[in-house]
Design a protein around this ligand. Structure first.
Ligand code: F6P
Length: 326
């Protein structure tokens, strides 16, 4: 008999569409392997409060298509302290939980890594965040859905921008990373894309206004990642307005609508594969690792790397966006 008999599963950090599909995959894979499963509510806070519920196969029926997370989520301060993690360890032991699957972003994996340096209950991570900013995986759960939500919204903005010959600054999520901005910018034919990874973009933006061909366009869209150094879409639009008084400018901040909604097929499939792989990893005695997708294959990445190393955007795509928006 293997030593893993009962596992816990939790979602942590910002919710992302597809987290429910991942929970379902974890539960069903566990049931398939005759393991018991405990759902932990509100992320790490749920371990500290022993907020547990037994999950069976039927508990995860009819959730694969739902956004949000049935287990709820939180960003837990207490788990950052040694006392908090001690308490969490005691509660996991008391509940007979032999391993935990954490579905979340790099902040969540930092906590998991610390816990695994201190205690021998293995944690395995599943990358879930709309930002797609986790090193070691090509895609995170929720990114594809958020991207499609943004594209649908920006297409609508393009209609009204063209009707009025206006320029729109559209702010998308990504406090530290420009993946959503870059891909949605290309997919919507944006005239410019502003992301935190690139410095001194205002200069490039000015080129946009100085270019005669571009000035003839009936509409212009600038996609701005919320973490951009210029301070977001409103700040940027204000600067441009002051310099180019004749341009009719509007700003839209898409905000949390990007986090909700039914996951795309890609997110459901990725979540199903990653959730399944996380349970398999626990059964293979892995600990302190994240399961990821690289070139469409499942890989295991130590938390140490997933947390410390920076995943960069593909800079060729920025050049492509510029060429295609001429
Ligand atoms: O990490 C996901 C994310 O949606 C970021 O893009 C955004 O900056 C942040 O979460 C917002 O967090 P909150 O919902 O706590 O305001």
């Amino acid at each position: 008999m293997g030593k893993i008999k009962k596992i816990g599963v939790l979602t942590s950090g910002g919710d992302a569409p597809g987290m429910n599909a991942a929970i379902r995959a974890v539960v069903r894979t566990a049931v398939f392997n005759n393991l018991e499963v405990v759902g932990i509510r509100r992320g790490y806070q749920g371990i500290i409060d022993s907020d547990f519920e037994i999950l069976e196969s039927g508990s995860v029926s009819d959730i694969i298509q739902r956004g949000g997370t049935i287990l709820k989520t939180a960003r837990c301060e207490e788990f950052r302290s040694a006392e908090g993690r001690n308490k969490a360890h005691d509660n996991l032991r008391a509940a007979g939980i032999d391993g935990v699957v954490v579905i979340g972003g790099d902040g969540s994996f930092t906590g998991a890594r610390l816990f695994n340096e201190e205690f021998d209950i293995p944690f395995v991570g599943v990358p879930g965040t709309i930002d797609n900013d986790i090193y070691g995986t090509d895609y995170t759960i929720g990114y594809d859905t958020a991207l499609n939500t943004v594209v649908e919204a920006v297409d609508k903005i393009r209609d009204t921008a063209s009707a009025h010959n206006r320029m729109f600054f559209v702010e998308v999520m990504g406090a530290e990373a420009g993946f959503i901005a870059l891909f949605s910018g290309i997919a919507t034919g944006a005239e410019a894309i502003m992301i935190p990874e690139i410095r001194d973009e205002t200069r490039d933006l000015k080129k946009l206004f100085d270019n005669e061909d571009r000035r003839k366009k009936t509409s212009s869209l600038v996609i701005v990642a919320e973490g951009d150094e210029e301070g977001g879409a409103f700040a940027l639009a204000e600067k441009v307005k002051q310099e180019f008084k004749n341009i009719d400018i509007r700003v839209t901040v898409l905000g949390h609508l990007q986090r909700g909604g039914s996951p795309t097929a890609i997110d459901r499939v990725n979540a199903s594969r990653l959730g399944n792989a996380a349970v398999e990893a626990l059964l293979d005695d892995q600990k302190s690792v994240m399961v990821g997708l690289q070139n469409n294959e499942i890989v295991l990445i130590p938390f140490r790397k997933a947390v410390k190393l920076h995943k960069d955007v593909n800079r060729n795509l920025l050049a492509l966006a510029e060429i295609l928006s001429v």
